[in-house]
Design a protein around this ligand. Structure first.
Ligand code: 5RP
Length: 233
């Protein structure tokens, strides 16, 4: 296991302490969230946690839940009336717990589930803790395909900075999200106020969701360190 994995496993194990039997659990997307899911599977098969339901935030997570033998616990949002706890990763986080998410293009379903949860727990390795967001990653914005050039132009003209339509590997053309939309990656030209950016970009017609998550929605930010310890903000 490399040091990043050690840090992520430490954060995932810490997050597991906030999961109890009979909980409805929102399961995030990405490699760190998948480590959490495997830790959760081990706790279930070891009889430590029982009678939970799992609500995935992406097709990736849904497939992994099935692959881990947990298909019977899989539920969609319309099959549950609440989420007790959501555990998710992030691309970067600041000390006020504001996040950039959407590196895996799952930001919309993640925000729906994460913001809905009674407790929203974020797990990252220490390399993702930054002084100010966005630092190392652009802000992903999910847009209706019909509107992508219009939204791109408005972002460039009114919000300044650089906007790129996301292309991926294994497919020609733009990547298509689980919701059938495109992703614009926006790098602001100046420092941003995350709360204002989240609200104002969300207000542009054609924008489905913005990959800035408000720190006030995050109950705990668990930072795994390469020595296997954790810090909780
Ligand atoms: C997916 C996400 C992920 O949580 C984020 O990209 C972090 O992924 P990883 O744990 O693989 O670094 O927001 O849309």
């Amino acid at each position: 296991m490399n040091t990043t994995d050690t840090a992520r496993v430490a954060a995932a194990k810490e997050a597991l302490k906030y999961v109890k039997s009979n909980y409805v659990i929102g399961v995030g997307t990405g490699s760190t969230a998948m480590i959490f899911l495997r830790e959760l599977r081990n706790a279930i098969s070891g009889g430590i946690i029982s009678d939970v339901l799992l609500v995935p935030t992406s097709t990736e997570t849904e497939i992994e839940i099935v692959n881990l033998g947990l298909a019977g616990l899989l539920r969609y949002p319309w099959q549950v009336d609440h989420i007790d706890v959501a555990v998710d990763g992030a691309d970067e986080a600041d000390r006020a717990k504001n996040l950039v998410k959407g590196g895996g293009a799952a930001l919309t379903r993640e925000k729906i589930i994460d913001y809905w949860a009674r407790e929203f727990i974020v797990i990252i390795d220490e390399a993702k803790l930054v002084d100010k967001i966005p630092m190392k990653h652009p802000i992903p914005i999910e847009v209706l395909p019909f509107a992508w050039t219009i939204v791109k132009r408005r972002l460039e003209e009114e919000f300044r900075g650089k906007v790129e339509l996301r292309f991926g590997s294994g497919k020609r053309g733009p990547i298509v999200t689980d919701n059938g939309n495109y992703i614009l990656d926006y790098t602001p030209g100046t420092d941003i106020d995350p709360v204002i950016v989240e609200r104002e970009i969300k207000g542009i017609p054609g924008v489905v969701e913005v990959g800035v998550f408000n720190g006030k929605k995050v109950s705990r930010l668990i930072i795994g360190k390469t020595d296997g310890s954790t810090i909780i903000l």
